[in-house]
Design a protein around this ligand. Structure first.
Ligand code: GYE
Length: 356
């Protein structure tokens, strides 16, 4: 096993809390100025608003008919997802929207069905977090033809036709992978021995799994000693994370580092590592992504060494985008969320402030 360099940790710690560094901004802006096409819905709405008697004549929007938002969620696979769902439900309530919420249980076919139902119900806006990147063009065209604007949240689609959605609100997953890789590169910059890494990937074909792998691989390539010796999906769940880590441990004598694409898989893997009589965070260094409370607890105990934050609280930004689309305002084609990174030391400090 590789001894963990404390000095490196301290240096990393002092460099951290890079909130809003690479993210926080408006993205490329390439098509950012594309006018929102509301397919005639806005006209309908302002007509009905003008028929409504208002107490405050100036505030016509507040008197408009209630906005109906259809939202298709991936599932309930992780702590991140639970926090994301709550954020969406709370923010819709706060915004005064009617939310039609559908849980796809991690199945694309369920999401497609839900979107078709929303189209039939003539909701004002459809938002969804696509479980995988591919295979959305047909149903998105159906929404477009029905004049219902679509907003992507959390995960992207790989469709070349970006007129099929108004915006994509979410993290830069490649950057998250790079941050994970950079921490590792920094830890082992003076090391001459081979470092064996195992990787627990997220759901196969999902944007965060593809991008977190890509960003990580890109950065660790700078040090040929850093070798990914096994990489398999754990579907973003604790149970699968544990199961796959067990098989990694069986098949490989020397594992120095675990990179898990989310906290939940990392937490499952910790159970497997402990059951094998090893110390997570010492015998095997652990890097995860998300930063949910349970991840923070494990990090503050030294079992996770480094967490790359991925913010699930997308509700307020989503509701703002929904309102803007309904109002016919121009919105950015890409809205990137702000996030940071945390070592065990940071996690100890931050834990009491963690909201999810
Ligand atoms: O990291 C993971 C969840 O799409 C960003 O999905 C999200 C990911 C998150 O299951 O925990």
């Amino acid at each position: 096993m590789v001894s963990f360099k404390k000095s490196g940790l301290i240096v990393a710690t002092s460099l951290l809390l890079l909130f809003a560094s690479a993210c926080g901004g408006s993205g490329s802006g390439g098509n950012a100025q594309e006018p929102a096409n509301n397919g005639g819905k806005q006209a309908e709405q302002s007509n009905s608003a003008s028929n409504t008697t208002t107490e405050n004549a100036k505030d016509t929007t507040a008197e408009s008919k209630q906005i109906v938002l259809g939202f298709s969620q991936v599932g309930a696979e992780s702590g991140w997802r639970t926090a994301n769902t709550k954020s969406i439900q709370d923010s819709a309530k706060e915004a005064g929207f009617e939310l039609k919420f559908s849980d796809a249980q991690q199945k694309q076919e369920n999401q497609i069905k839900a979107i078709r139902t929303f189209i039939q119900q003539k909701v004002d806006v459809i938002a969804f977090s696509p479980v995988v990147e591919s295979g959305w063009d047909t149903v998105l065209k159906e929404a477009k033809d029905a004049g219902i604007p679509v907003i992507l949240t959390d995960r992207a689609v790989d469709s070349p036709d970006d007129s099929l959605y108004k915006t994509f609100i979410g993290s830069d997953f490649v950057e998250e992978g790079r941050r994970a890789g950079q921490w590792l590169v920094d830890q082992f910059k003076d090391s001459t021995e081979e470092i064996n890494i195992v990787e627990l990937q997220g759901t196969t074909g999902s944007a965060p799994a593809i991008d977190r792998q890509k960003g990580f691989a890109e950065v660790i390539a700078s040090n040929p000693n850093l070798k990914v010796i096994a990489s398999q999906t754990g579907d973003f769940t604790r149970a699968k994370g544990k199961e796959v880590m067990q098989s990694f441990l069986k098949a490989n004598k020397k594992i120095d580092v675990l990179y898990a694409h989310n906290d939940d898989m990392g937490l499952g893997a910790i159970q497997a590592i402990e059951a094998a009589g090893l110390k997570p965070g010492e015998d095997i260094l652990i890097i995860t992504v998300d930063g949910v409370k349970d991840g923070f607890v494990a990090a503050s105990e030294g079992k996770i060494n480094f967490i790359v934050e991925c913010n699930p609280l997308l509700g307020p930004q989503l509701m703002q985008a929904v309102q803007d689309v309904v109002d016919g305002k121009e919105i950015e084609k890409r809205i990137v969320t702000e996030e940071g990174v945390f070592t065990s030391e940071d996690a100890k400090r931050e834990l009491p402030n963690r909201k999810y």
